[in-house]
Every structure is written in structure tokens, then in C-alpha cells.
Write a protein of this length. Structure first.
Length: 340
């Protein structure tokens, strides 16, 4: 509707203006149109807008016919970013917001990709680490806890600590009963040994537990092989079939290397999964003694200066046996002996 103007005549009281009724009708019509337009505008703003910090911002920018000065969704499209409040770099903020701490974690903490992030740095370290589990996966090595002791993977070395090698030499009974009726002991008393039952030493079982039930081979370890003579459920003898060397930090010519363990017949002793899958695992009335192979590997070097200058260019000994042999030769010569 076009604007309606009230006729007021040419001069006061000339009788040419609109009557009061006509003037009132025009006023009502004009206000009605304005009122309707305001209602329409309010309805549109309610639909298209949202209030953010007291500033009305349209939610649908397509409603604008002129979007020249509208900030694009991708800030890289801007040619002038001088006056932007935030350029995407947290370090460039004048008043950095306080980032909340982890607080109480109620779920697993898992990175979004593999081998990408660190915990702490060489100069900013965390203090203590408290874990309730008994295994730490460090690269391809597994460190495990048994009680208050830490079990290192086979082949681990400690700088400055001597590492000796031993081989099973003999099997002996823990108690003196004969025949060996006390070899197999269950929670309810003696239990017959199965025909063809497999016998391993404590070290093999411990390393199998360290490798885990999913492992099919040992890392840097070959179990020794034992043969058990079993008849009518009784083990009458255990013999060492193949004695394989294993490392130990114990120093001595002979050490006791633990109980013998009885497993199901058919268990593959080179397979940790097969060992741990046995339905029986009994400590027997027997233990194995092992002899040192006289080989040691120190974290440092074995060096010496021979008393005879003719031997000053000799290489340093590489193991304990070599060093002891040279010392014995010197003592032999000092006693006036002559040998080849």
C-alpha cells in the first residue's frame, strides 16, 4: 500500500482538508502496514540470526545478497589478515587462555597415530611413574615384574655386571625317597605322571611366561632337553639329553637352576605358547645343577700389562677363561716350570 497523506487544506479552517474520520482512517492504515512489516522483520531475524556475545550474527550467510565483507570459512582465503583476532597459532596470542589439566583420567590415553609423540623431554621430565601392571613393552623387549624383582629379556646386558654362562650338568632329587614316588605332587597329594610326559627346567618355564601365551618361539634362548622315564604313573629317572647354555649373573663353578617341571605329553618345549597351554604344570621332586662354561662378558674391558715386554703387543683377553688361563701360565712359569 502506498503512503496515505492527510489533506489539511491550504490555510487553517478553509474547509478543504480531510474530515476527522477520513484522517483517522489514513492514520490507522499507515500504522497497520508499519506494524505488519515490523512483525515480518522480527520473524525473519529470529529464523536467520543467533546471539553471540550481544552481537546478532546470521546463521545462514547465504541470506545476504552482498557477502563481500563476510569472513570466509577458510582464513587462508583472506588477502589481509592483519586485524584478525586469532591467526591459528596459540603462541601468537597476547592473552593465552588457561588450558585445563588432565585431572582425573577416566579412559585410556591413546594417540591418534603411531610413534609420533613423546611424554616429557630431555630437559623437562616427569618425576615418578606409578604402574600397577607387571609388564612394560619397550620397543620389541618385554620387561616384567615378579614380586619385587624385575625380569629382563634373555640376552639383556648390564654395563659393569659380569654375565656368566652355565649348562645343565646333572639332575638330583630334592628329597632322598627312592623310588621317585614324590616326583609328581598335586594340590590333593601325589598324582600319576602321564605316559610320555615332558619335563623342562624352571628357567624354561619362567622365560615362556615372560614371552607370553601368544609367542611361538623364544628370543635368544634354546631350552635344554630332558628325558623322563615314566612307568605306571611314576617317574623313575630324569636324564639330560641336550644341555644348552644360558646366561646368569651368578658367579660360581656350579649353581642350582631351579625345579624340574612336568608338562603334558606332546608339548613343544621350543614354543612358549605350547608350554603355557599344558593342562598340567607340576613342580617335581627334582632340581638341576648347572656348571659354568667359564665364559663371561663384562660391561667394561679386561686389560692388563704383561711383565714381559715381548708380550706388550698381545691383544687383551676377551673373556674370563682367557684371562685366567694367562694368569695360570704366568704362575706356572714363576714356579720354575717349563711347558709348551
Amino acid at each position: 500500500m502506498a503512503k496515505q497523506v492527510i489533506g489539511i487544506g491550504n490555510i487553517a479552517d478553509d474547509g478543504r482538508g480531510d474530515t476527522l474520520r477520513t484522517a483517522g482512517t489514513k492514520i490507522n492504515s499507515n500504522f497497520t502496514e508499519v506494524y505488519n512489516d515490523i512483525t515480518t522483520v522480527n520473524s525473519t531475524l529470529t529464523t536467520l540470526s543467533t546471539q553471540v556475545n550481544g552481537i546478532t550474527v546470521p546463521t545462514d550467510l547465504s541470506a545476504f545478497t552482498d557477502t563481500t565483507n563476510v569472513v570466509p570459512a577458510d582464513l587462508s582465503d583472506l588477502t589481509d589478515t592483519t586485524n584478525l583476532l586469532f591467526d591459528g597459532d596459540y603462541n601468537n596470542l597476547t592473552n593465552k587462555p588457561t588450558i585445563p589439566s588432565f585431572g582425573n583420567v577416566t579412559t585410556n590415553i591413546v594417540p591418534d597415530t603411531n610413534v609420533a609423540y613423546d611424554i616429557g623431554t630431555s630437559s623437562n621430565r616427569f618425576r615418578d611413574l606409578y604402574l600397577s601392571g607387571n609388564t612394560i613393552e619397550l620397543g620389541s623387549a618385554t620387561l616384567s615384574a615378579v614380586g619385587s624383582s624385575v625380569v629382563l629379556p634373555t640376552g639383556s646386558t648390564l654395563p659393569g655386571v659380569a654375565e656368566f654362562e652355565y649348562k645343565p650338568a646333572s639332575v638330583q632329587k630334592i628329597t632322598a625317597e627312592d623310588p621317585f614316588n614324590d616326583y609328581v605332587v598335586g594340590t590333593g597329594g601325589s598324582q600319576p605322571a602321564p605316559d610320555g610326559g615332558i619335563v623342562i627346567d624352571q628357567l624354561t618355564l619362567t622365560l615362556a611366561q615372560q614371552e607370553g601365551a601368544s609367542a611361538t618361539t623364544f628370543a635368544n634362548f634354546t631350552p635344554s632337553v630332558y628325558t623322563a622315564t615314566i612307568a605306571d604313573g611314576v617317574i623313575s629317572a630324569i636324564e639330560i639329553t641336550t644341555a644348552n647354555a644360558y646366561p646368569s649373573t651368578q658367579d660360581g663353578s656350579t649353581i642350582n637352576t631351579g625345579n624340574m617341571i612336568l608338562l603334558d605329553a606332546g608339548v613343544d618345549i621350543t614354543n612358549p605358547s605350547s608350554i603355557l597351554g599344558s593342562t598340567i604344570s607340576f613342580n617335581l621332586n627334582a632340581s638341576v645343577n648347572s656348571l659354568s662354561t667359564n665364559v663371561a662378558n663384562f660391561g667394561g674391558n679386561l686389560s692388563y700389562t704383561p711383565s714381559n715386554p715381548a708380550h706388550w703387543t698381545d691383544p687383551d683377553p676377551t673373556n674370563i677363561k682367557d684371562a685366567v688361563d694367562r694368569l695360570a701360565a704366568v704362575v706356572f712359569a714363576l714356579n720354575g716350570n717349563v711347558g709348551s
